[in-house]
Write a protein that binds this ligand. Structure first.
Ligand code: GTP
Ligand code: MG
Length: 296
């Protein structure tokens, strides 16, 4: 039996959460085309016949100047310490730039063995691969590189085998029924945030926090009542989120409700209140209130 923890790190939008979901076989983390989708450290556990891998999905590395962003960068770094291995996810269709090399070297310096998942092979220009391999070689980065497509499922099992082979022999860290360390209530907030990331542009989704105030199963019937606050940073953001005659919010809520229903396997009555909290991303007490805390 092999078992251990693998930190999943890389630049924002590289495809880390998509890959973790595919490896685990369940959606444990939300995904969107916008950078900085993941804000917390999220555990996703993969059990195979003779191994257990505890993946730790992390916020992607991104330059941005808010207290929330600083906290996210610290979360990514601390998550890559005291692990059995690091799975560095690189967006292959972007090519390997000097900034990627610098980041790889930084994570290598943490001391854990590292593997590179070179993802999005379904959309990358094929000539990228030899050029990028050459660049890694010249930079002295000698860890194994696995080209994969999380979207198409290409080479995922090979990557899985390679990850497992890097873990120590040992007993499982988590019982078989544990898939994630996050609660259903956390996932409900995240599902809402994902639909907001998909629906709105520019600064709006980055300035949104979702607070689940009511998450309650009714005594009778398979029904949940869910009330949440969508907190944004500016009155004009609130107007855009709600849209003309509430149309935008209504569509967003109905997409969120559908996914919540399939996630919970129950009917959902969803209510949302849009609130404005100026610059909450820079206010430590609000970050804490919205669930963004220093993770050790
Ligand atoms: N074509 C293609 N797109 C992918 C693949 N993997 C992820 N994506 C897309 O890339 C975007 C970012 O994916 P995420 O999984 O959210 O990326 P992330 O690295 O977790 O991003 P952050 O949480 O912001 O750091 C999404 O639009 C995904 O659908 C892939 O294998 N192929
Ligand atoms: Mg992510």
């Amino acid at each position: 039996m092999r078992s251990g923890t693998a930190a999943v790190v890389g630049k924002a939008n590289a495809g880390k959460s998509t890959l973790v979901n595919v490896l685990v076989g369940e959606k444990v983390a939300i995904v969107s085309p916008k950078p900085q989708t993941t804000r917390n450290r999220i555990l996703g556990v993969l059990n195979t016949e003779n191994a257990q891998v505890a993946f730790v999905d992390t916020p992607g590395i991104y330059r941005s100047k808010t207290a929330l962003s600083d906290l996210m960068m610290r979360t990514a770094e601390t998550s890559a310490k005291d692990v059995d291995m690091i799975l560095y996810v690189h967006d292959g269709h972007k090519g390997i730039a000097d900034s990627d090399i610098a980041l790889m070297k930084k994570f290598l310096s943490f001391g854990a063995p590292m593997l590179i998942a070179y993802t999005k092979t379904d959309i990358l220009p094929k000539e990228n691969i030899p050029a990028d391999a050459q660049k890694l070689f010249e930079e002295g980065i000698t860890c194994d590189v696995y080209p994969v497509s999380a979207r198409k499922g290409t080479n995922i099992r090979k990557l899985e085998e390679a990850i497992i082979a890097m873990l120590p022999e040992g007993d499982k860290l988590y019982p078989d029924n544990v898939l994630s360390d996050k609660s259903e209530k956390f996932m409900i907030g995240e599902i809402m945030r994902e639909k907001i990331l998909l629906r709105y542009d520019k600064e709006i989704p980055h300035g949104v926090a979702v607070l689940v105030n009511v998450f309650k199963k009714r005594e009778e019937g398979n029904i949940y009542d869910i009330d949440l606050d969508v907190v944004c940073e500016k009155p004009n953001h609130k107007a855009i989120i709600i849209g003309k005659q509430g149309a935008a919010l209504k569509e967003t809520l109905s997409a969120a409700r559908r996914e919540m229903e399939s996630f919970l396997g129950a009917k959902v009555f969803l209510t949302a209140y849009v609130k404005v909290k100026d610059d909450w991303r820079d206010k430590p007490h609000l970050l804490k209130e919205y669930g963004y805390e220093e993770e050790r």
